[in-house]
Design a protein around this ligand. Structure first.
Ligand code: GLP
Length: 260
């Protein structure tokens, strides 16, 4: 695992965009895994700049998003469909038919048996199949939750898990409530790629910024590999790059990291 510590959020966002841009230049039909949350916002702004100023071409790029809340429609301003449209897709020349964001609306669900709900199971299998059909994800962008989650794989998620429905932890609901009118409005369930799905990407690019992520980054990079910190699975990946700012790296052993 390559851990690169940057001066600040701006520098890590630029570095992330440079890496993705170079992969797109090498392979114009790159299969790019995308994440939501506040962390990749700077990266997306940099990619938009590269598109507008340097002609970075997304016309053949295929994207797969990690996750989506269950029960809020794509036009809802807190859905991940909306987030991606507003913060990236509407500002680059991506072909809409190359965009994949998990479905979040399934009609009435029986919460007691949603894990076996045929509509959900069928969708999740289809999503995995689509990733496979495109030859797998080339580069997967990841953020990290304060509790070490990646996508919506909360602590305790199997490190071999596949795309499925997950219940969000109270901590995640609380963290994400800043973006909703009230905590009661935050969805409790999400469709998410599994840790196993993520680990099959050819390259992983995890971004972390701010002191609120320092403990999660330490556990992911230096802690034991455990389902209690799903991001620690990255230690098993052959091409995992962790880009942090100084604050998020504050609890790492200094000799372990390189500086960007
Ligand atoms: C959500 C997303 C994750 C993201 C995390 C951290 O839970 N499902 O993919 O990494 O939030 O978000 P932020 O970058 O806003 O801290």
């Amino acid at each position: 695992m390559l851990v690169v510590v940057h001066e600040d959020y701006g520098a890590l966002s630029k570095k992330g965009a440079e890496i993705i841009a170079s992969r797109i230049r090498q392979k114009p039909n790159l299969v790019l895994g995308l994440a939501t949350g506040s962390t990749p916002l700077g990266l997306y702004k940099e990619l938009i700049k590269l598109h507008k100023n340097e002609g970075l071409d997304f016309s053949k790029v295929v994207t797969f998003n990690l996750d989506e809340y269950v029960g809020i429609p794509p036009e809802h301003d807190q859905s991940y469909h909306y987030f991606m449209r507003e913060n990236l897709f509407k500002s680059i020349n991506i072909n809409p038919s190359n965009i994949h964001v998990p479905q979040g609306m399934f009609g009435e669900l029986k919460i007691s048996s949603f894990e076996t709900d045929p509509k959900i199971v069928q969708f999740c299998d289809w999503y995995e199949g689509e990733i496979h059909r495109y030859g797998g994800v080339d580069v997967q962008v990841l953020g990290i939750g304060g509790n070490g989650h990646i996508a919506f794989n909360e602590p305790g998620s199997s490190l071999g898990s596949r795309t499925r429905i997950k219940t969000l932890t109270e901590e995640t609901v609380k963290d994400n409530s800043r973006l909703f009118k009230s905590t009661a409005d935050v969805p409790r369930y999400a469709i998410t790629m599994g840790v196993g799905t993520i680990m099959e990407a050819h390259e992983l690019l995890l971004l972390a910024s701010g002191e609120g992520k320092a403990e999660a980054v330490r556990s992911a990079v230096e802690g034991p590999i455990t389902a209690m910190c799903p991001a620690s699975a990255l230690q098993l990946h052959r091409r995992a790059i962790v880009l942090t700012d100084k604050k998020a790296a504050a609890r790492l052993s200094a000799e372990f990291v390189t500086y960007g």
